[in-house]
Design a protein around this ligand. Structure first.
Ligand code: GLA
Length: 333
C-alpha cells in the first residue's frame, strides 16, 4: 500500500484554528509518500529514507519517543492495525519549513496503515486522530488546521475552514496571472519545540479571563481590557480572523492588490502583536519584497519556517523561492 500526504500553504488565518476562528489554506504538490508492507511478526518497522533513520517497536506495546518516530508510534497506537508491518517514508517536502511536513507525514502514514489493515475511516475522524497524535505523542498543542487542509483541500482551490462549526468550503484560488511563492527562512522549526505552545497557553488564559469558549468570539472592547501580552495576542486573533473573509472576498472579486495588502497586514500582526517572527523570517520577507512581492507574510506557526509572497504578473522570484499552486488532498496511490 502506498499513500501520499501533501504539504500545505496557509494563505491567511494564522493561529486562528485553536481559537475557533477561520483559515484559508491550500494543499501543495510537495509532500510525503509512505509505503506499507505486511510483516509476519507482530512488529512495526519504520524507515525514514530521507533521514537514513529507522525505528522498530512491538505492535501491542508502543512506547513513547521524541522526534519523527512519534508519528508512526502514535498512529499505530491509535489505529491498532491487526498485523505487523514495515513502513517506509520518503519526503520531497522540507521538514520544519512551515509547510506542514507533520500533517503530510501523519496523513500519509494513517492512510497507508488503514489500507494495509483493510479499513477506511471518515476523513474528519482521520483529521482528529492525526491531530491527537500531534498533541499527545509529539507534544504540540496545535489545532486542526494542517490536518484538515491536507485531507480536504482540492486542486485549484483554497479551503475556507470555520474551526467552530467545522464547516469546510472550497474557494476558487484564481490568481489572474499573479503568482504565489514560498521562501524558506532557513530556520527549521517544530511546533513542540518552538514558542508555539506558549502562544497556545496565552490564548487559553485570555479565554479563561474573558469567560468565552473561543477567543474568536470575544469582543474587541473586552480584549482591550486584558493584561499584556494577552491583549495583543487576542487582538491579533480577532484581526486575523476578519482578514480571512476579507481575503476570500478579494479573491472572488479579483482584487489581487487587496489580497496582497491583507498578507502584509497579517505579517505585521504576527510580528508585532503575536510576536512569532524572527530576524531570519524578516530577512525572507524583505527578500520577497525586494523582488517585487506586493504582499508577503510568514506562514504556519512562526519562529522560523517559510514566508509566502504574492507577486504581480511578470515579476522575477528571488533565488530559492518556490512557486506554489493548489494541489489535491492526501490519497492512496
Ligand atoms: C501550525 C499548527 C497549526 C496552526 C498554525 C498556525 O502549523 O500546526 O495547527 O496553529 O501553526 O496557524
Amino acid at each position: 500500500m502506498r499513500a501520499r500526504g501533501p504539504g500545505r500553504v496557509n494563505l491567511i488565518g494564522e493561529h486562528t484554528d485553536y481559537n475557533g476562528g477561520l483559515a484559508l489554506p491550500f494543499a501543495i504538490a510537495l509532500g510525503v509518500t509512505v509505503v506499507a508492507e505486511p510483516l509476519a511478526a507482530e512488529l512495526v518497522e519504520v524507515e525514514a529514507l530521507d533521514l537514513g533513520e529507522r525505528d522498530a517497536f512491538p505492535l501491542d506495546h508502543v512506547k513513547r519517543v521524541a522526534g519523527w518516530r512519534a508519528y508512526a508510534r502514535g498512529l499505530v497506537a491509535e489505529l491498532r492495525p491487526a498485523c505487523g508491518m514495515r513502513l517506509s517514508i520518503e519526503a520531497d517536502l522540507p521538514r520544519g519549513a512551515g509547510l506542514s511536513s507533520s500533517a503530510a507525514l501523519s496523513t500519509a502514514l494513517a492512510l497507508a496503515i488503514l489500507a494495509l489493515d483493510g479499513r477506511e475511516m471518515e476523513r474528519l475522524e482521520l483529521a482528529r486522530v492525526c491531530s491527537r497524535v500531534e498533541n499527545d505523542w509529539v507534544g504540540a498543542s496545535s489545532g486542526l488546521l494542517d490536518q484538515l487542509a491536507v485531507l480536504f483541500c482540492q486542486e485549484e482551490h483554497a479551503l475556507r475552514i470555520d474551526f467552530r462549526s467545522l464547516e469546510l468550503r472550497q474557494v476558487l484560488l484564481d490568481l489572474r496571472g499573479w503568482t504565489l511563492a514560498t521562501l524558506d527562512s532557513g530556520v527549521a522549526r517544530e511546533n513542540a519545540a518552538s514558542g508555539y505552545n506558549e502562544r497556545y497557553e496565552e490564548c487559553a488564559r485570555a479565554r479563561e479571563l474573558l469567560g468565552v469558549e473561543w477567543l474568536s468570539a470575544a469582543s474587541p472592547a473586552d480584549v482591550a481590557e486584558l493584561p499584556e501580552p494577552l491583549a495583543r495576542r487576542a487582538r491579533f486573533v480577532l484581526e486575523e480572523n476578519a482578514r480571512v473573509d476579507a481575503a476570500a472576498a478579494a479573491l472572488a472579486g479579483g482584487e489581487l492588490p487587496e489580497l496582497a495588502r491583507l498578507l502584509d497586514a497579517s505579517h505585521a500582526g504576527l510580528r508585532d502583536l503575536y510576536e512569532v517572527s524572527t530576524a531570519e523570517v524578516e530577512a525572507a520577507v524583505e527578500a520577497m519584497k525586494r523582488a517585487g512581492a506586493a504582499g508577503a507574510r510568514l506562514i504556519g506557526g512562526g519562529f522560523g519556517g517559510s514566508v509566502l509572497g504574492l507577486f504581480p504578473p511578470g515579476a522575477v522570484l528571488p533565488p530559492g523561492a518556490l512557486t506554489v499552486e493548489p494541489a489535491g488532498p492526501a490519497h492512496l496511490i
